[in-house]
Design a protein around this ligand. Structure first.
Ligand code: CS2
Ligand code: MG
Length: 402
C-alpha cells in the first residue's frame, strides 16, 4: 500500500478545525486532526508546505518510521505546531491501518482493556449557585465525573465559564479578547464552590477543577490544601509547567491529585513531572503530542511511575482526535479519565462518528479504523475565519497566563 496524496482541509463548523485526509492507492483514506486553537493556519502550512510532499509514496503501515522521519528529520523540533502536524499524520495512518485490516484501531493497540471510557463533563456558572445547578444537570445526564468552573466575584470573566452553558468555546473572531484576573479573589472563592458542591451532591460524584495555569507553586499548594476536605478527582494545570520542577513545591504540601500536560507536545515536556511522581494524571492529547504513536510511549513511561492518563478533550480538539483518544483510552492499561466537552451539532454533522455516550462512559464503536468521517461538501459551507483565544491581565494590567 502506498500514500498517493494528502489534503489539508480547513473549515469552521461551530469553530475552526484543520483536518488532514491521507489517500492511498488502495482507495482507503485516513483522517487526522491538526487543530491548534488560535494558530490553525500555522499547522496547516507546516503540513501542506513541508510535511505532505515528503509523505507521498510512503507505506502507511510504517507509522513508526514515518513518525521518526518527521520528528528527527526536522532540525527544529518539538513545539505545538510541529507536533500537531506530526500528530495529524500519525492519527491518519492508524485510521488507514484499521480500515485496511478491517478492525477498530484499539485492536492494533492491544485490544480493549475495559468495557468503556469514563469521561468528565463541563459544568460552569457565573456563580456558585448557577454552577451547582449545572453540575446537577450533568449528574442527571449520567456523568460520573464533572468539572466545575465558576465565575469569581469581582472579576468580569474567567476561564471555563461559557456564554453558552453546553458548548464552551473560548476562541473569538476578531482580535484577542482581554480578560482580567485576581489570584487572591480566586483562591478565596474556589474552596467555597467545592464545599457547596459536596454539601449538595455528597461524596460519590467525581469533581474536577482546572486552575488553567494561573497559580505560582505556593499558591497552588495553598489551593490544593484548602480543597483536600472535598477530595477532588484532580486539580488541573495548577501552575504553568515550563518549569516542571516547580511542582515539587506543590507536591510537598497537598494530597489533592494533580493533572497536567494538555499543552505538552513531547515526552520530554513531561519527563520530570512523571519520573518524580509530581503529578497523578498526564493530560497530553493525540493531536498535540505527535499522535497515538508518541502518546503510547508517554503512557508507558507514566505507567512505571503510577501516573494515569487523562487526555485533553475540549471542543477545539475535533471528533477525529476524540475518536483517536477513545481507541487509545480503551486499550491503555493506566487509563485515568477522558475529557468530553460536547461538540456543537454543526461539528458533529461535518464529522459523523461511531463513538457514543452512555451512563457516564464513551465507547469508540467497533467499526474499522477510528470510526469518524469528514463531510467535505457540508464542511465547505463553514469557511474558516481567524479566531483568537483570549489574553489575560492582572487587575493592575500586568500580562498574565490565560
Ligand atoms: C481547557 C481547554 O479543556 C480544558 O481543560 O484547558 O478548554 C483549553 O482552554 C482549550 O483547549 C484551549 O484551546
Ligand atoms: Mg485544561
Amino acid at each position: 500500500m502506498k500514500i498517493t496524496d494528502a489534503k489539508v482541509l480547513i473549515s469552521s463548523p461551530g469553530r475552526n478545525f484543520v483536518t488532514l485526509k491521507v489517500y492511498t492507492d488502495d482507495g482507503i483514506y485516513g483522517l487526522g486532526d491538526a487543530t491548534l486553537n488560535g494558530r490553525e493556519l500555522a499547522v496547516a502550512a507546516y503540513l501542506s508546505e513541508h510535511l505532505v510532499p515528503c509523505l507521498i509514496g510512503r507505506d502507511p503501515f510504517q507509522s513508526e518510521d514515518i513518525w521518526q522521519y518527521f520528528y528527527r528529520g526536522a532540525y527544529w523540533r518539538r513545539g505545538p505546531v510541529t507536533m500537531a502536524a506530526i500528530g495529524a499524520i500519525d492519527i491518519a495512518l492508524w485510521d488507514i491501518k484499521g480500515k485496511a485490516l478491517n478492525t477498530p484501531v484499539y485492536n492494533l493497540l492491544g485490544g480493549k482493556s475495559r468495557t468503556g471510557v469514563m469521561v468528565y463533563g463541563h459544568a460552569n456558572g457565573r456563580d456558585i449557585e448557577e454552577t451547582i445547578d449545572e453540575v446537577g444537570k450533568y449528574a442527571a445526564m449520567g456523568y460520573r465525573a464533572i468539572r466545575a468552573q465558576s465565575g469569581i466575584p469581582g472579576i468580569p470573566s474567567t476561564y471555563g465559564v461559557a456564554k453558552d452553558k453546553l458548548y464552551y468555546e473560548p476562541a473569538e473572531k476578531g482580535l484577542p479578547p482581554e480578560n482580567l484576573w485576581s489570584t487572591e479573589k480566586y483562591l478565596l472563592y474556589v474552596p467555597k464552590l467545592f464545599e457547596s458542591l459536596r454539601l449538595k451532591f455528597g461524596d460519590d460524584v467525581h469533581l474536577l477543577h482546572d486552575a488553567h495555569h494561573r497559580l505560582t507553586p505556593i499558591e497552588a499548594a495553598r489551593l490544593g490544601k484548602s480543597l483536600e476536605p472535598y477530595h477532588l478527582f484532580w486539580l488541573e494545570d495548577a501552575v504553568t509547567a515550563e518549569l516542571q520542577e516547580g511542582f515539587r513545591i506543590v507536591r510537598q504540601h497537598t494530597t489533592t491529585p494533580l493533572a497536567l500536560g494538555e499543552v505538552f507536545n513531547t515526552i520530554w515536556d513531561a519527563k520530570t513531572v512523571i519520573t518524580e511522581q509530581l503529578i497523578d494524571y498526564i493530560r497530553m492529547a493525540t493531536v498535540h503530542s505527535g499522535g497515538i504513536t508518541h502518546l503510547k510511549k508517554v503512557a508507558s513511561l507514566a505507567e512505571i511511575y503510577h501516573v494515569l492518563t487523562g487526555c485533553h478533550g475540549a471542543t477545539d480538539l475535533s471528533p477525529v482526535s476524540l475518536a483517536a483518544a477513545l481507541h487509545f483510552d480503551i486499550s491503555v492499561n493506566n487509563f485515568g479519565i477522558q475529557e468530553y466537552m460536547l461538540h456543537t451539532k454543526q461539528t458533529d454533522e461535518v464529522f459523523p462518528h461511531t463513538y457514543s455516550f452512555s451512563d457516564g462512559y464513551l465507547h469508540p464503536g467497533d467499526g474499522p479504523g477510528l470510526g469518524v468521517d469528514y463531510d467535505e461538501k457540508l464542511a465547505s459551507k463553514f469557511p474558516y475565519e481567524r479566531a483568537y483565544l483570549p489574553v489575560n491581565r492582572k487587575l493592575d494590567g500586568t500580562m498574565y497566563n490565560w
